[in-house]
Design a protein around this ligand. Structure first.
Ligand code: ZN
Length: 80
């Protein structure tokens, strides 16, 4: 499944913008990997970021990390 990517506003990384279940937009890392806990689900034509509880995310390699967590400029994100 291909998702449109966009450059992060704070660092050179490419991110996927998704909407959380609470209706907020969230940048998600493009590459899935161990330690990730975000599953991207297409719902009604909208990309939704579903956070998987830790006990269910354990050992999976198809989940992505929130770019809020991995961005080197994450401090700027939190301050906004
Ligand atoms: Zn970034």
């Amino acid at each position: 499944m291909e998702h449109p990517t966009e450059k992060c506003r704070s660092c050179p990384a490419q991110v996927i913008w998704a909407t959380t279940e609470r209706g907020k937009t969230m940048p998600v890392d493009v590459e899935p990997g161990p330690g990730g806990n975000v599953q991207l689900v297409e719902q009604y034509g909208q990309l939704t970021a579903v956070v998987v509880p830790a006990h269910r995310a354990f050992g999976r390699k198809d989940l992505r990390m929130s770019h809020f967590v991995t961005c080197p400029q994450a401090d700027q994100w939190r301050r906004r």
